[in-house]
Design a protein around this ligand. Structure first.
Ligand code: F6P
Length: 549
């Protein structure tokens, strides 16, 4: 079902047309009025799943809007598309691949088939191998080449092979073994590697080379530098590689060619997209940090949300609601971005993680059938933890000219309670959502005896939509649920837009051009340049500037 586009193009579906007309009618309707008209709105427009509570009442929607959005989901074949993903159908049509990150967190006795083969036993075999390895390292049994205990772990990877691991490490730091040092090297800018290693002893350092393809230029360049750094520090004995390098990849051949024994390789599969891989072996650094038990709890959290997504009626389904509201804000209210604002310092890398998840998935300009879309696809996701953002970019969200829907994320308990901090933090997140929705009218400002000239400056129009996601506390389970919530919300949006959310052809052109330019920068003699005049000029200038005077 999902591999074919649904019968009618999106803009010709009845619900889409009705939403367009409805939007015109209610676009001026203010959240103040909506709340005044229904005293229960703040309780009604909420939903709960596993450990997550979603308040979506501060969106510019009426009951009719929600009804039409749910109708749009039906007319877009969302139910069949969800079933197709869980059934292992090849819904990534441009790469002819199944999309089965849900299998990564399926329980041991589950059965999920790809090409007639149950993949769950393989998933658990890798998890078992990761657990055994993690236990050895964490207990100090896995020794470095000189017999020293491993104290430092560096994940080398980029994109999905970096952002998930960094985000999860930061998010779960509270649960991590503080006697181990974790670093993450992603950028091909050598500073990243140099800074990550400058104070470390190679004899105590383990590198995890994480790359689905094991061909990514940045990762391979950093992996080579890691190899050189290790061997230089350990007297040049190539045997040291076996003790200081492990790989996470789908490409055993390339891993072996790099010099890593495939016995020290942790595999995954082409049906796991890079940006959906933090709970595969790509999460090895996470498991090393928090231990196999906590990693298992995170997987259980993912799975709980998967089951909710798969089975809950759409009107109560958190990822469906979040996804449909994103479509409404993006395609009908014209919002171009979404701010993700976790009021939890441990989630400081969550917005960066979401950027790849959302924009690499849904930043597409053609439908599954290759037709140019005539509607907007993914908005730009961005954000920072609260309260920091309040003292920088929130001004624009409150009083700027753009509509920026916000996702606020908060927890009832601090992991490290400190005096009044947590109540003050939570007061701020609730206050921001309230101020955005209801604002402050000119009359309210005038009543404060503000000089007339200042009144317009002090008016807050309000009517700025937001979601608030509330959970008890940031546990491994809750992190899994939160990530799965966004993964599936991305799925819902892609299903409505009828695009392939699981390929990423848009990153290819730049990669190819860079490979062409590298030799032009490195060549001893002036290369014959065949680019446009701007690129040619920049290359010539760079070559001149880098040559010592
Ligand atoms: O360049 C985009 C991308 O392919 C991402 O989708 C992926 O997460 C990243 O590069 C890293 O790829 P790999 O894990 O194969 O090194």
């Amino acid at each position: 079902m999902s591999t074919k586009s649904v019968s009618k193009p999106l803009t010709q579906r009845a619900a889409w047309k009705a939403l367009g007309a409805h939007c015109k009618r209610i676009s001026k309707l203010h959240l103040r009025k909506l709340f005044a008209a229904d005293a229960q709105r703040g309780e009604k427009l909420t939903a709960q799943a596993a450990g997550l509570f979603l308040d979506y009442s501060k969106n510019r929607v009426t009951e009719k809007t929600l009804k039409l959005l749910l109708q749009l989901a039906d007319e877009s074949g969302l139910r069949a598309k969800i079933d197709a993903m869980f059934a292992g159908e090849k819904i990534n049509v441009t790469e002819n691949r199944a999309v089965l990150h849900v299998a990564l967190r399926a329980p041991r006795d589950a059965k999920i088939f790809v090409d007639g083969k149950n993949v769950v036993p393989e998933v658990h075999a890798v998890l078992d191998k990761m657990s055994a390895f993690s236990d050895r390292v964490r207990r100090g049994e896995w020794k470095g080449h000189t017999g020293k205990r491993i104290k430092n772990i560096i994940n080398v990877g980029i994109g999905g092979s970096d952002l998930g691991p960094v985000m999860a490490y930061e998010a779960l730091k509270h649960y991590s073994d503080r006697s181990l040092t974790f670093r993450f090297v992603s950028n091909v800018d050598g500073i990243d590697f140099v800074e990550a290693t400058h104070d470390l002893d190679p004899a105590e350092t383990l590198f995890i080379i994480s790359s689905k393809t094991f061909t990514t230029l940045e990762t391979m360049t950093n992996a080579q530098s890691a190899r050189d750094w290790t061997l230089n520090g350990l007297g040049g004995d190539a045997k040291a590689v076996a003790k200081h390098f492990v790989a996470v990849s789908t490409n055993a051949e390339k891993v072996s060619a790099f010099g890593i024994d495939t016995a020290n390789m942790f595999g995954f599969w082409d049906w796991v997209g890079g940006r959906y891989s933090m709970d595969s072996a790509i999460g090895l650094s996470t498991m090393l940090a928090v231990g196999p038990d906590n990693f298992g709890k995170m997987l259980a959290g993912f799975h709980a949300l998967d089951e909710h997504f798969r089975t809950a009626p759409f009107a109560k389904n958190l990822p469906v609601l979040l996804g449909l509201l994103a479509v409404w804000n993006n395609d009908f209210l014209g919002a171009q971005t979404v701010a993700v604002l976790p009021y939890e310092q441990y989630l400081k890398r969550f917005p960066a993680y979401l950027q790849q998840l959302t924009m690499e998935s849904n930043g597409k300009h053609v439908t599954l059938a290759g037709k140019h879309v005539n509607y907007q696809t993914s908005p730009v996701y961005w954000g920072e933890p609260g309260t920091n953002g309040q003292h920088s970019f929130y001004q624009l969200i409150h009083q700027g000219t753009r509509l920026i829907p916000c996702d606020f994320i908060a927890f009832a308990h601090a992991l490290t309670p400190l005096g009044r901090h947590h109540d003050i933090l939570l007061a701020n997140v609730f206050a921001q959502a309230e101020a955005l929705a209801f604002g402050k009218t000119a009359d309210e400002v005038k009543a404060e005896k503000v000089p007339a000239a200042l009144v317009p400056h002090k008016v807050f129009e309000g009517n700025r939509p937001s979601n608030t996601i509330l959970a008890e506390k940031l546990t491994p389970e809750i992190l899994g649920q939160l990530v799965a919530l966004y993964e599936h919300s991305v799925f819902v949006q892609g299903a409505i837009w009828n695009i392939d959310s699981f390929d990423q052809w848009g990153v290819e052109l730049g990669k190819v051009l860079a490979q062409r330019i590298v030799p032009e920068l490195e060549s001893q003699t002036a290369p014959k340049l065949k680019h446009d005049s701007s690129t040619n000029n920049l290359i010539r200038r760079y070559r001149k500037m880098k040559t010592p005077a």
